[in-house]
Design a protein around this ligand. Sequence first.
Ligand code: PLP
Length: 406
Amino acid sequence: MSQQETQLSPEYLISLGQQFGTPLYVYHAETISQQYNKLTSAFRGTNTVFFYACKALTNVNILRHIYSIGANVDCSSINEVKLALHAGFPPQRVLYTSNGIGFDEIVEAQSLGVIINIDSLSNLEKFGQKFGHGYPVGIRLRPNIMAGGHLKMSTGHDKSKFGIPVDQIDRVLKLVDQYNLRIGDLHIHTGSEIKDVDVFVKGIEVLFDLIPKFKELQFIDLGGGFKVPYKEGDGETNIQELAQKVGEAFANHPNPGGRPLQVWFEPGKFLVSECGYFVTKVNVLKETNAANFVSVDSGFNHLIRPMFYDAYHRIENVSNTAATPKRYSVVGNICETDTFAWDRTINEVREGDYLVFYNAGAYGFEMSSNFNSRYKPAEVLVKAGSAHLIRRRDTFEDLLRNQIEL
Ligand code: PLP
């Protein structure tokens, strides 16, 4: 396989399945770099920084690759913060955008020296009482904008739990004043799979009205949520257009608040979705009057997106690329309805064939579980033409590891 290729070939994916066993997550480092380059080249010459939303995929080798290409990192739990620091990110390049967490985690994040976004009045008040002006802090706001590819992925609308509603800004300002808080950034994240760049512009406009109220503001954080194509005909967020429109929005509001502000984004899926392949093997074919079922050696315990978000993942029979296509429903092997694809056209499938799920890098392994006491899959990173095992498959001992036998 040449290092220049951006897609891993079917033959190569089969060889990895044979070498490492299935089910198997495979990630291609160069695809991550390519996606990051799309962002940095579109925003070249602007004051913009990208924080990889590592909830999408936290394997420490992925984090190190992301660090090596120059991105910062955004975390959604204190353990993600610790993983990022373990991977080598310096604290000033680690952002912790919390939601609904206990104040003890915020204290711990502060002690680690990372950037913190707070999303409740309650924690903001506690932060003020403990740190006052002594440590900068960001505020996660809920802009009351509906956006995203699925209601479960929409986080900025007026019924969402995320962030402090913008209509409560007076209460925020009261706390800022009372505790002399040093507000470094204002943050919004409206959702995931947002193709329409005007959603980001709308978000900026909400913030433009607020910026002058925060005298020490240095950054505005527009969150993540760029769309990636999961199926043919699906578009990707046009990053060039986004850069142009963000530039225009600032040009129309020169120096809001009087200072030049740096813009942050927190892409997760955009960086790691396409790099990932989920390689499975066909256990059983079952012809019924309802459907031709293909049962693979996996289930929603390994890739939950189709069942959780009705997500579409392209599936290819890489063992039979020249065969005639037929209609199949691809299902898993666990004790619940776990349909990966309903009535999908796939090249004729035989038991033992390898089926590959594409765009499986983001929220794939990361949302996996041991449901049905099945092992979590192994993970492999392909980098500079070599394949490296970066997580071994679970073993029976892993299932018992934290159990206390009385
Ligand atoms: N930032 C925040 C605060 C998020 O909650 C999320 C996703 O849930 C992201 C960034 C990343 O979103 P995406 O992977 O769609 O880019």
